[in-house]
Ligand binder design. Structure first.
Ligand code: NAP
Ligand code: MG
Length: 496
């Protein structure tokens, strides 16, 4: 899968679903309403998709509740549930090209990234949770003789997942794999820009043997479908990835309805600290560029603040400017493209606005900053670097969600840590140092869910992912994510 021609041929033939999927069947919105989904790289219309509202959400929740209560999934033997989810992982891989195209064509990422990272990543996550589910043991409490108390993990019931457009398939997999592995029934609401891979995933799940009603997908707009899920009285937990602003809405919806558990993976403004004792500045620059330009910078854990020691600031910036040559935006279907299109015109305008404001705030633009037109679409932005960014500037304070790096010089370790931690977000951080003691000391002082040392974006299904402060709470991935989709039950047997 390495040539543009092949991808273009596949893209021309790719069908796009236009309905939700409830109780195992395609579902048009009861209101008859739809919303348009366009390819941001060409502006072509892909489909008019069902815009679900309150009544459709009611149907999806009752399908999920019914399937949970009747038990064809929740009460399946662990090894049988495992077999179904392993089949799903295989089916994801068997549909690798198609799933890669569905995400790339709807949200603009390079198709080769979707094909080589996102799709196998989702398959791996399903396989990993499938393999884990029949190896989790429950506990017996140390009550002493006279009683036997078991502490068992039970599925919660009906779980809703509301996910963003930046990694449509993977964000769905991160929530659904553990939720399904634990025996829950789920309702997934993909972002309005990228509903297709979620719908295909649910069809593949049916094919793998997930019973009807256990995995439902509701398409629609956040303020209708998302809100209706947040407020629904019969959903037990809601897992969200997206902006902090919408995350706060979900806390309110929960408080206004049934106190459903809410788990939030929200924004970030992750600092990348480069110390002058880092010996491989070329590698550090290469990774710093990846950390901000991968996926067009539309990454919640993007290394969007570069804090670099003053003594190496200028030479490091030079290396970074050089790196931007490799990240010029291109046709997402072209295997040579490392950056594709921004998700839509609104996000493009938003990022351009941050670029303009950084300039007028006094930051120095040393690379990029321009919008680019390709194949009739304006939704492309050059990889952009700003130096002399102060911690007070908007470019330091707010999540841009685009290929724009804020670079700030620091003088010593204390100042670097102070700048890194002085933020409303605490999702991820990176440290570059070849002094083992310093690396360890700084990593322990950084306020972040994940600290990557001498790399960026350290991520694997076997380690938890998530943050603190206004980046949210609760963890995706690893065995810890079962905490979100199960509840503990104590059963006390009084013995005679
Ligand atoms: P968003 O508005 O937070 O949307 C995330 C999800 O929540 C989508 O499924 C969205 O549906 C839904 N939603 C939106 N408004 C809602 C509401 N009032 N009630 C219930 N659900 C609602 O994120 P976005 O629109 O995709 O992007 C906006 C900004 O959020 C970005 O620029 C970026 O800064 C941040 N963001 C962060 C992450 C992350 O991983 N941390 C991911 C994406 C975006 P619709 O798609 O239909 O609106
Ligand atoms: Mg949105």
């Amino acid at each position: 899968m390495t040539d543009l021609n092949t991808w273009q041929t596949l893209a021309a033939k790719q069908p796009f679903s236009n309905s939700a999927l409830i109780a195992g069947r395609a579902h048009a919105a009861l209101s008859g309403e739809t919303f348009a989904v366009r390819n941001p790289a060409t502006n072509a219309l892909l489909a008019n998709v069902a815009a679900c509202g309150d009544a459709d959400i009611d149907l999806a929740v009752s399908a999920a509740r019914k399937s949970f209560a009747s038990g064809p999934w929740a009460r399946l033997l662990p090894r049988d549930r495992k077999a179904v989810l392993l089949r799903l992982a295989e089916l994801i891989l068997a549909h690798r090209e198609e799933l890669a195209l569905l995400d790339s064509m709807s949200m603009g990422k390079p198709v080769m990234d979707a094909w080589s990272i996102d799709v196998p990543g989702a398959a791996h996550v399903f396989a990993w949770y499938a393999e884990s589910l029949d190896k989790l043991y429950d506990q017996v409490a140390p009550t002493g003789r006279g009683a036997l108390a078991t502490i068992t993990r039970e599925p919660l019931g009906v779980i809703a997942a509301v996910v963003p457009w930046n990694f449509p398939l993977d964000m769905a997999a991160w929530k659904l794999a553990p939720a399904l592995a634990a025996g829950n029934s789920v309702i997934l609401k993909p972002a309005e820009q990228s509903p297709f891979s979620a719908l295909r995933l649910a069809e593949l799940a049916l094919q793998a043997g997930v019973p009807e009603g256990v995995f439902n997908v509701v398409t629609g707009l956040g303020q209708h479908a998302g809100r209706a899920l947040g407020l629904h009285p019969d959903i037990d937990a809601l897992a969200f990835t997206g902006s902090t602003q919408v995350g706060k809405h979900f806390m309110q919806y929960s408080a206004q309805s049934n106190l459903k558990q809410v788990w939030l993976e929200c924004g970030g403004k992750s600092p990348n600290l480069v110390f002058d004792d880092c010996q491989d500045l070329d590698l550090a620059a290469q990774k710093a560029a990846f950390g901000i330009f991968f996926n067009q910078g539309e990454v919640c854990s993007a290394n969007s603040r570069l804090l670099v020691q003053r003594s190496i600031h200028d030479e490091f910036v030079e290396r970074l400017v050089e790196q931007t040559r490799h990240w010029q935006p291109g046709d997402p279907l072209d295997p040579a493209s490392k950056m594709g299109a921004m998700v839509d015109a609104r996000q493009t305008a938003r990022v351009m606005d941050y670029i303009a404001q950084a300039g007028s705030d006094g930051a120095q633009r040393v690379a990029g900053g321009e919008q680019v037109t390709l194949n009739g679409s304006n939704n492309f932005i050059q990889p952009t670097l700003f130096t002399q960014v102060t911690p007070q500037m908007r470019l330091s304070r707010e999540e841009v969600f685009g290929p724009v790096l804020a670079i700030t010089a620091f003088d010593d370790e204390d100042q670097a840590v102070q700048m890194a931690n002085d933020h409303i977000y605490a999702l991820a951080a990176s440290v570059w140092s070849d002094d083992l003691n310093r690396a360890h000391r700084v990593a322990s002082r950084l306020n972040a869910g994940t600290v990557s040392v001498n790399t960026v974006d350290a991520l694997d299904v076997c380690v938890p992912f998530g943050g603190g402060k206004q980046s949210g709470f609760g963890r995706d991935l690893s065995l810890h994510s079962f905490d979100k989709y199960t509840q503990l039950k104590t059963t006390w047997f009084q013995l005679r």
